[in-house]
Write a protein that binds this ligand. Structure first.
Ligand code: SF4
Length: 492
């Protein structure tokens, strides 16, 4: 078993001279969005030209939007595990020599986003445990609502933690289980977990995929030739030429080994709570979740928003890229022309400059440029998928007005985000959410819009057409949390 780590210079917040790294990653730029915390990937029986780690590398690049602060791959060659992880984007964490060391026909991988306080190498995944039951590598997407309580109990009983990860809580529960078989120990530990967990795990000879009973986060199973793959999103299959087989069902444990696939339900709990924000913003537009393509769901939300709104305008302009699909739908339904009135700079360099407020404000200027010739003298409907803190919307509207727009009417293709998320996203503080303390009129005023419109919750849900009947988590909109309220405590 070998473990190596690196620390890419890319996302370090402070250099030796004390100046800041204004590295405008997607996550930093999207500070006015909820941020997903993880993406997971797993490979069993890679028998082609590419190793399991190489397939995982490609899969993680496809899942990079789900986490940009750290990445890791654990490979398995005939039961011999090798782990490499580091801070930064996938392409900066893995160099050729790292990939060469990750040999084997099985692998699991992970990309992570985190709030700044926990952005450190010890929190990178996968994590690897070596117990008398055998070796186990684990990668987790989600957030345990009772993670703190479980950790506390484990610490009281002598467990020592090396990270602040919920995943490590699961590892300790597995190690302490009275089950000798490591797969059974893992399944037994699941009964103690509350909240969101889509897991991929790897033993010496098995790849395991697990989804929590409510199915908060997506997880899918695919296949290419004789190789099985598991991924947070189906877009990661396309990149390696794998075919989507099916979603892992809520409450399902899938074990893949040389005898094939075995599936079981480990819980009798009923009722699902798939995160509706996966369709609104998190998932990549080319992914399908529960049979619904994400881009088409977003487009339908835009159409529904047009049906619910009554504003005349000259052009419909998306905030790139998050508002594009909804703006296309809005324009199609309303008959108001779609115009790419804001250009997004995709080639942001990295500059070491002092992180003054002025510089932070300039981020939006650097990233988005209104096209005056399209905007000037126009009555604009500006479409975005959500407003979380309101800071970026204000700056974008300001820039559109500077470019000469006559009026800017902001239209959001989801309802107001009024409540924090406790299931794997980075907004656990209600006070940060602009809609939790302001009326729609006040928000519109504070972001400088001539009017502000949100999609209704019923309209949002109507826009998502899954192939099986599913319940959704909508808690950040309506406060209706699908877990016991005693687990819902705001972060400090
Ligand atoms: S609270 Fe919102 S973001 Fe969190 S899981 Fe529920 S719907 Fe998704």
């Amino acid at each position: 078993m070998r473990e190596s780590c690196n620390f890419s210079s890319k996302n370090i917040n402070q250099d030796k001279q004390g100046s800041a790294d204004l590295n405008l990653t997607q996550a930093e730029f999207n500070e006015d969005k909820m941020s997903e915390e993880c993406g997971v990937f797993g490979v069993f029986n890679a028998d082609g030209e590419s190793s399991a780690a190489e397939l995982s590398y490609l899969g993680l690049i496809a899942l990079q939007h789900r986490g940009q602060e750290s990445a890791g791959i654990c490979s398995n060659h005939n039961g011999d595990f090798n782990l490499h992880k580091g801070m930064g984007l996938v392409e900066s964490v893995f160099e050729e020599k790292d990939m060469e060391s990750l040999k084997g026909e099985m692998a699991i991988g992970h990309v992570r986003y985190s709030t700044s306080g926990s952005s450190k190498l010890s929190n990178a995944q996968p994590i690897l445990i070596n117990s008398i039951k055998g070796d186990l590598a684990l990668a987790h997407n989600g957030n345990l609502a009772n993670g703190a309580e479980l950790r506390n109990n484990l610490e009281q009983n002598g467990s020592i933690f090396h990270s602040t990860l919920d995943t490590e809580v699961i590892a300790h529960l597995v190690a302490r289980s009275f089950e000798d078989n490591i797969v059974e120990a893992l399944v037994q530990s699941l009964h103690q977990l509350k909240g969101a967990f889509s897991l991929v795990a790897m033993t010496e000879d098995k790849l395991i995929a697990i989804r929590d009973p409510r199915g908060f986060r997506p997880l899918s199973l695919g296949k290419v030739d004789n190789t099985y793959v598991v991924a947070s999103e189906s877009c990661a299959f396309d990149v390696i030429g794998a075919e989507f087989i099916r979603d892992v069902a809520p409450g399902e444990v899938i074990v893949i080994d040389q005898d094939g696939i075995k599936s079981r339900r480990y819980t009798g709990e009923n009722g699902t709570s798939l995160c509706v924000f996966e369709y609104i913003y998190f998932a990549r537009p080319d992914s399908n979740i529960a049979g619904q393509n994400v881009l088409l769901a977003r487009k339908e939300m835009g159409k529904q928003l047009a049906r619910e709104m009554d504003v005349e305008a000259d052009i419909v302009v998306p905030v790139p890229d998050s508002g594009i699909a909804a703006a296309l739908g809005f324009a199609e339904e309303s008959g108001i022309p779609y115009a790419q009135g804001i250009l997004r700079n995709r080639y942001m360099g990295r500059t070491f400059i002092q992180p003054t407020q002025e510089i932070r404000d300039l981020k939006v200027r650097l990233k988005l440029s209104p096209i005056k010739e399209i905007i000037k003298d126009k009555k604009v409907i500006l479409i975005d998928d959500s407003i979380v803190r309101g800071t970026t919307s204000k700056q974008i509207i300001g820039r559109i007005k500077e470019a000469g727009a006559r009026e800017v009417h902001m239209a959001i293709s989801s309802p107001p985000v009024e409540h924090p998320c406790y299931f794997g996203l980075d907004t656990s503080r209600r006070q940060e959410l602009i809609a939790s303390r302001n009326t729609e009129e006040e928000i519109g005023e504070s972001i400088g819009a001539d009017s502000l419109h949100y999609l209704s919750q019923a309209g949002m849900l109507k826009s998502i057409k899954t192939d099986v009947e599913l319940g959704f988590c909508t808690a950040c909109f309506d406060g209706d949390y699908p877990v016991d309220s005693r687990y819902l405590s705001e972060e400090e």
